[in-house]
Design a protein around this ligand. Structure first.
Ligand code: AMP
Ligand code: MG
Length: 418
């Protein structure tokens, strides 16, 4: 087991062990947020045929070449093509066909005149404007052609992908399974949120925040409850957790007399790859795995902020990888500090910062006490500012990299449009 890894080194160790979960078939309707486990090739051409982009008249462009308001070209209306219909016969020279948006262009026609550019009665139409070849025509295959690769494996499914899959007639598809994450809290002092906190009890808020972090990344949390600080209770609950894809515990992983988490994990056959990462908050974090096929194990520290920040750095990218994503990390941006930051060299600090857009740049300000027990510092944060391990000072007005946890500060209560 390694100790004292940098955050980046520890992330590499984790991601080397995380492999995308196998496929499952889901209804396209329910696939939002999932990741394609197979490429999708177009089984059909879209649109399947040349069709009209407008309500109007299908013509031969050559016939209306000289049309103008003062020199209308008059043509007989030979037939009508509605959307969803087929024209009964080709359009002959010197003829027009009434046509509606989405209706297939009859053979022989090569342009559509908008009805705004025509006068007509039952039998005849006066074309008031020339239409060049292909005018107001949507070409067959202008969207996709049968056989085209439309979506690659690994593509996250958004509303646009769901629409495309439906257009291609795909009502079911193969996506990566969603990771199931067993979450275990541990500590004699912990109680559930609705219990009395009399006598120094502390609410196990981690089980709530960590489960929500799982949901946020599309994983399914399963709650294993609160283990007492005994080897027996921890073991009993961890055994249940071994059936999941990922096991996340919090607390009991430091060096105190009652910190049994690592010992029990190893007893159950978990090989720990590392413990102790050069970061703050969150130094005492351990990672390992049960034998091939067994779950990845993250033993996170107990302090509420440490638990959330270590989840962000290690569990979240792993869960994204399991879910089939190729991009694993939060977006980062450069932000300008509104005040100086200092620390001693050695550990990378994740500083909880509020972000604000001003004059085309982003300003970052600490959200207050950075104690790992102060959850409020997370409530007010839009991101985690990276204060590098070796650095001891970032001056007011200097820029630093920020992991964006919440893009809310980018959003607006006004569209900005006229
Ligand atoms: P430990 O790692 O067991 O020493 O716990 C460190 C700190 O985190 C202690 O103050 C615990 O009370 C607190 N803590 C541990 N587990 C949780 C939890 N599930 N929710 C909130 N705080 C916790
Ligand atoms: Mg404890």
């Amino acid at each position: 087991m390694k100790t004292g890894l940098s955050v980046g080194q520890a992330q590499s160790v984790v991601l080397a062990e995380a492999r995308p979960l196998g496929p499952e078939v889901v209804a396209t309707r329910d696939a939002l947020g999932r990741v394609l486990a197979e490429p999708v090739d177009a089984s059909r051409t879209l649109p399947p045929a040349d069709n009209s982009a407008m309500d109007g008249f299908a013509v031969r462009a050559d016939d209306v070449r000289d049309a103008a308001p003062e020199r209308p070209v008059e043509l007989p209306i030979a037939f009508e093509v509605a959307a969803g219909a087929q024209s009964q016969r080709p359009l002959g020279p010197g003829e027009a066909a009434r046509i509606f948006t989405g209706a297939p262009l009859p053979d022989g026609a090569d342009a559509v005149v908008r009805q705004e550019d025509a006068d007509w009665n039952q039998e005849r139409v006066r074309i008031l404007l020339a239409a060049p070849p292909r005018a107001n025509v949507r070409d067959a295959g202008e969207d996709v052609r049968a056989g085209d690769r439309v979506l690659d494996a690994g593509v996250p499914i958004r509303a646009a992908e769901i629409g495309m899959l439906a257009a291609l007639g795909r009502t079911v598809l193969a996506v990566h399974q969603r990771p199931r994450v067993a979450i275990l809290s541990s500590g004699d002092e912990l109680v559930e949120p609705d219990a009395s906190v009399h006598g120094g009890r502390i609410v196990s808020s981690n089980s709530y925040s960590l489960a929500a972090q799982c949901r946020e990344v599309g994983a399914d949390p399963v709650y294993l409850g609160i283990a007492r600080d005994t080897r027996e209770d921890i073991e009993r609950r961890l055994r249940a957790g071994r059936l999941s894809d990922v096991l996340v515990s919090s607390a009991g992983v430091s060096v105190g007399d009652r910190d049994h988490m690592r010992e029990v994990l190893e007893k159950l056959g978990c090989t720990l790859a590392f413990w102790g990462v050069q970061m703050k908050p969150g130094y005492p974090v351990a990672f390992g795995r049960f034998a091939e096929q067994g779950p990845l194990v993250f033993a996170l520290p107990g302090n509420p902020v440490s638990a959330m920040v270590t989840f962000e750095q290690f569990v979240r990218p792993a869960l994204r990888k399991l879910a089939g994503h190729r991009t694993l990390f939060r977006p980062t941006l450069r932000a300008r500090l509104t005040h100086a930051l200092t620390k001693s060299a050695g550990r990378l600090h994740f500083v909880r910062v509020a972000l604000e857009r001003r004059d085309g740049e982003v300003l970052a300000s600490s959200t207050g006490s950075q104690s790992s027990g102060v959850l409020l510092s997370m409530n007010r944060a839009h991101g985690l500012l990276v204060f590098p391990a070796d650095a001891t000072e970032i001056a007011a007005g200097a820029t630093a990299s920020v992991q964006v946890l919440d893009p809310e500060f980018f959003m607006s209560d006004a569209s900005g449009l006229e």
